[in-house]
Design a binder for this molecule. Structure first.
Ligand code: TRP
Length: 334
């Protein structure tokens, strides 16, 4: 670990249930990244408290998320899967970086504007400085690349600005991270409105397939999926509902759109929906079985959590110490 390999960092919130879109678009493609990068996947529980959380629920969701990652094939011996709150360096570096970030920069963040509109009764300072904690997450590990969705690019750009600003004053302290541009996963759309991305926060439960949905639920949701009245299976932008169904089918079966279209030539939409549903069930069933197996392996999961927090703590403390020294904090007497 951490030889000449580049470093990849990503964070995820444990709020909401992961969807098929999260799996096919991200997780599935992350499984092999550890061959090429030293990877950190952090469950960002400190970010979660910028909106009110039920404590027991937060704890449970955070652990479930970690187990889902493992169930999806991300090997916790090769990838550092850990909780943000277990590594105190995140909060410590965030404080320092707060002093290198301007109010005006944070005011421009679209996620802050959206979230403060949504939680008008709780516009707390943490919600405002959320992107600074995210910058700390990334810079603490000297990450070279960060796989993020489009909605997080603005935060990543701010992270780069903060890193460059700090480096300009103190010398090359931080690696300036880039968005991860490797092989992109499928972009899965809502089953009820194919113009919208499938989202874990969609209010209509029929719009998303959740990773823990059982087979009946999956089949039912595909039966109700929005298509069109062309009555012809084709892969084209003019038929976005069908295109989405075929994208899902291809991502689950590793077929190309051409192969899939050929397979369903002259067949009805009903038949296509059944086949897509079955291909999804075939992917989700082993993942769910593995998740349920891990749920019973309490000691093993605890050991992973402990080991990875130590690993993350070790690497992050190197950066933190360097930063503390640069800005003039007195060295600890050891
Ligand atoms: N803000 C990200 C999101 O909501 C989560 C996140 C926190 C993150 N820290 C990060 C993502 C660091 C990438 C890198 O999706």
């Amino acid at each position: 670990m951490l030889g000449d390999e580049k470093i990849l960092f990503s964070g995820m919130q444990a709020t909401g249930s992961l969807t098929l879109g999260n799996y096919l678009g991200a997780l599935k493609n992350w499984v092999n990244l550890a061959d090429e990068y030293t990877t950190f996947y952090c469950v960002v529980d400190e970010h979660s408290i910028t909106v009110r959380q039920d404590p027991a629920e937060l704890r449970k969701r955070a652990r479930n998320l970690l187990m889902l990652y493992i169930a999806a094939g991300i090997d916790p011996e090769k990838n550092c899967l850990y909780y943000q709150s277990h590594v105190s360096g995140h909060a410590e570096l965030a404080w320092i970086l707060n002093c290198f970030t301007y109010m005006g920069e944070l005011q421009r963040m679209t996620q802050f504007k959206d979230k403060s509109a949504k939680h008008a009764d709780n516009i707390n300072a943490g919600l405002f400085t959320y992107p600074v904690l995210m910058a700390a997450d990334i810079l603490l590990y000297q990450a070279d690349v960060v796989p993020v969705g489009k909605d997080q690019l603005q935060h990543l750009e701010l992270t780069r600005d903060i890193a460059n600003r700090f480096n300009a004053i103190y010398g090359d302290v931080f690696t300036v991270p880039e968005p991860y541009l490797g092989k992109l996963g499928a972009r899965i759309m809502s089953l009820q409105d194919p113009a919208k991305k499938m989202s874990k926060s969609d209010e209509n439960p029929n719009a998303s397939i959740y990773l823990m949905d059982d087979a009946d639920t999956v089949m039912r949701k595909f039966k109700r999926a929005v298509t069109d009245s062309e009555a012809c299976v084709a892969y084209r932008d003019e038929q976005p509902g069908l295109k989405n169904l075929l994208d899902i089918y291809c991502a689950c079966t590793d077929k190309t759109p051409e192969e899939a279209v050929k397979e369903f030539e002259g067949k009805g939409y009903g038949e296509l929906k059944t086949a897509v549903g079955e291909s999804v069930v075939a992917v989700l069933t082993p993942l769910q079985n593995e998740f349920h197996r891990l749920e019973k392996e309490k000691d093993y999961i605890d050991k992973i959590i402990k080991q990875n927090a130590e690993k993350a703590g070790y690497y992050s403390s190197k950066t933190l110490r360097k930063v503390q020294k640069k800005i003039g904090f007195p060295e600890k007497i050891r």
